[in-house]
Design a protein around this ligand. Structure first.
Ligand code: HEM
Ligand code: NAG
Ligand code: NAG
Ligand code: NAG
Length: 526
């Protein structure tokens, strides 16, 4: 009989001796390749170089930055190539010009199947198109206005601000990242599912769901990065190790999401007699679209939670960190807030928060700038569904993976100039009426100048550009204005502390950001 164990063992032995030989070889040959790319060996590819890196993500970032074409090929074991790029022309090619070819693809879908199922983040073709279409209603101006004026406003004034005020009085240290995740989670559940999970309460309730989500995302990310994806398949088959924990976490998440779906179904049943009760949210829209497959609707719910919870909270955490390091930006923001407040008082009619927030140009720029340095989605992966050639001439065989890197792109001198490392919102702004060099406070009028989305693909670009981009900006800007108007956010860290950027499906600050809150003295300003 064929003995699988013995076969695998021999294979392992052969591989091991091969690696030892390579090691000896490498030891005696000085590395002198001129374009900084590590050496790739037959069979194992870049495994060698990659396994010597403590932080593979930062390693790839460095290679991209030092590559003359901002593109290189990472050789994975057994001849699997994956193309890594930070070149805007390649990004435009895969996100727009040849959109039909560059899909999520079977590899990625396999990795994320357990957590995301067929949800929009893990779908291609018809399954994707259907979800994009139904969901897009949620993001029209009317819905966005309702989101800002009702949902965000009540979460801000009834929960976030009172909590910060209390923390200021007590001198409590808060983990800002955690607080912002809770804030965003309440928001997305309210707007998308019409359900309030009450996650941002003074007691800071531990939600089993949130813990499970954290775990599932961490383990799924590890699956992506694995040089030997077969190992996780074996682990899953045997139900051991991290795969066992993933299974448990996913069960927890699915249970929560599924309970939302069932609750909504019952609600709709009750309301169907009473037509005056229009409950139009994302979830009810999907249920009304004739979807009867409960598993699929549950998948959709999970994708939206991922989209809504972890992106804005990461963006804001890094934003507050950068602000702490650059007081002159904070000054500018306070000026803008004060100016808007003055305008509000001058106007007779009751002004709308929605218009006011939309109009906060400097804060908008400050957020764009912080997401340039710390994008909430660090890397994005596509897989070629047909043969192709990239601009620059790299051939792409069907099945090849192509990743583009917003994090590396935000650090390219080619794109942002020699001072790319500085936090400078003015990059995104122009002064209106250029001659008026009057620096009378509040008289300056900034105009926002957008970058081309392929040089700054923080929200992706092309047909699959982030659906929630505007919603995200409105929410973040309202939080920034609401919080800074009343408080100073002071990180509690040692001198020289540098937070660590953790690129998972969405990026996080490792360990969170401990802060103290200080009430600004005086009423409207400092
Ligand atoms: C700062 C905040 C945000 C950033 C940086 C961001 C970024 C992104 C990125 C990079 C993608 C492409 C992901 C991929 O296909 O691999 C994406 C897709 C998406 N985002 Fe966002 N996002 C943010 C906030 C939000 C919010 C608040 C929502 C609202 C629910 C949202 C909803 C979506 C949806 C539905 C998609 C899928 C679009 C599609 O595949 O057609 N996003 N976002
Ligand atoms: C999507 O459709 C195209 C063309 O019909 C097909 O070649 C491709 O394999 C499909 N992709 C997936 C992931 O099903
Ligand atoms: C702040 O202090 C008050 C009174 O000492 C206490 O009741 C409250 O729980 C504290 N709040 C926080 C957030 O620690
Ligand atoms: C701080 O902000 C100012 C104004 O945007 C900018 O000119 C400066 O370069 C920033 N400093 C750092 C260290 O990022």
């Amino acid at each position: 009989m064929f003995d699988l164990g013995q076969f695998l063992l021999s294979l392992l032995l052969i591989l091991l001796s091969y690696i030892v030989l390579l090691y000896i070889h490498k030891f005696f040959t000085p590395s002198n390749n001129n374009n900084n790319l590590p050496k790739s060996y037959p069979i194992i590819g870049h495994l060698f170089a990659a396994s010597q890196q403590k932080d593979r993500f930062q390693w790839i970032t460095k290679l991209l930055i030092s590559s003359p074409t901002s593109t290189f090929i990472l050789h994975r074991p057994f001849g699997v190539k994956s193309i890594q790029t930070a070149d805007p022309t390649v990004v435009e090619h895969i996100l727009k010009t040849r959109f039909a070819i560059y899909q999520k693809g079977p590899f990625q879908k396999g990795v994320l199947k357990d957590l995301l199922g067929d949800g929009i983040f893990n779908a291609d073709n018809e399954t994707w198109k259907f979800q994009r279409q139904v969901a897009s209603y949620e993001f029209n101006t009317k819905s966005l206005r309702k989101f800002v004026e009702n949902v965000v406003e009540s979460e801000l004034s009834n929960r976030l601000l009172p909590m910060l005020s209390e923390a200021a009085k007590n001198g409590t240290v808060l983990d800002l990242q955690n607080i912002l995740q809770r804030f965003a989670f309440d928001n997305i559940c309210k707007i998308a599912f019409g359900y309030d999970p009450e996650y941002l309460l003074p007691s800071l309730p531990e939600a089993k769901f949130a813990v499970a989500f954290e775990e599932a995302v961490t383990i799924s990310t590890k699956r992506f990065q694995a040089f030997f994806p077969i190992l996780s398949k074996i682990g899953k088959f045997l139900n051991i190790g991290s795969e066992k924990r993933l299974k448990k976490a996913v069960l927890e998440i699915r249970e929560f999401a599924n309970s939302l779906v069932r609750k909504k179904k019952q609600e709709m049943m009750k309301n169907s007699e009473d037509t005056s009760q229009e409950t139009e949210d994302l979830l009810s829209r999907f249920l009304k679209s004739g979807l009867s497959d409960e598993k699929f609707v549950t998948d959709i719910v999970i994708s939206f939670i991922l989209a809504g919870r972890d992106t804005t909270s990461a963006a804001l955490t890094w934003f507050f960190w950068l602000l702490h390091k650059n007081k002159s930006v904070e000054e500018e923001i306070l000026k803008e807030i004060k100016h808007k407040g003055k305008q509000r008082k001058q106007r007779k009619e009751k002004s709308s928060v929605f218009e006011e927030v939309k109009d906060m140009v400097y804060i908008h720029a400050a957020l764009c700038e912080s997401m340039r340095l710390y994008p909430p989605v660090a890397v994005d992966l596509k897989e070629a569904a047909a043969n192709d050639v990239l601009p620059g001439g790299i051939p792409v065989k069907k099945g090849t993976r192509v990743s583009y890197h917003p994090y590396a792109m935000g650090r390219l001198e080619k794109l942002w100039g020699p001072h790319w490392a500085e936090y400078r919102p003015e990059r995104w702004l122009e002064l209106e009426g250029k001659r008026s060099v009057v620096v009378g406070e509040g008289d300056r009028k900034w105009r926002f100048v957008a970058r081309d989305p392929y040089s700054y693909p923080v929200f992706q670009a092309g047909p699959r550009v982030c659906l929630g981009k505007e919603m995200a900006f409105l929410q973040m800007k309202r939080v920034v204005a609401g919080v800074l108007e009343r408080f100073r956010v002071v990180p509690v860290v040692e001198d020289g502390f540098e937070p660590v950027y953790v690129p998972q499906l969405t990026a996080k600050m490792r360990g969170g950001l401990p802060v103290r809150i200080e009430e600004r003295t005086g009423n409207s300003s400092d």
